[in-house]
Design a protein around this ligand. Structure first.
Ligand code: FES
Length: 73
């Protein structure tokens, strides 16, 4: 994702509660898990609902106009 401040972030789209797929909620400007109404902020931090920890972050690298996302090593 590209955050409002222009920075990029990438996360595994797997909720840390019970592994449901999360999605971006434009109306809330949060990442949301529909299974049990869990919310994460744009840094991947769990902020509401049952998720017990932040989303697993991926590494983002910018090269020119290209964005590369990789798993952390
Ligand atoms: S699986 Fe995401 S809040 Fe429960």
């Amino acid at each position: 994702m590209r955050r409002p401040d222009g920075t990029f972030g990438a996360f595994l789209a797997k909720c840390t509660h019970l592994d449901c797929v999360v999605q971006y909620r434009e109306d809330k400007e949060r990442i949301w898990c529909a299974c049990h109404d869990g919310f994460y902020d744009l840094s991947g931090t769990n902020v509401a609902g049952p998720p017990p920890r932040p989303l697993d972050a991926l590494e983002v690298h910018i090269k020119g106009d290209d964005v590369y996302v990789t798993r952390k090593s």
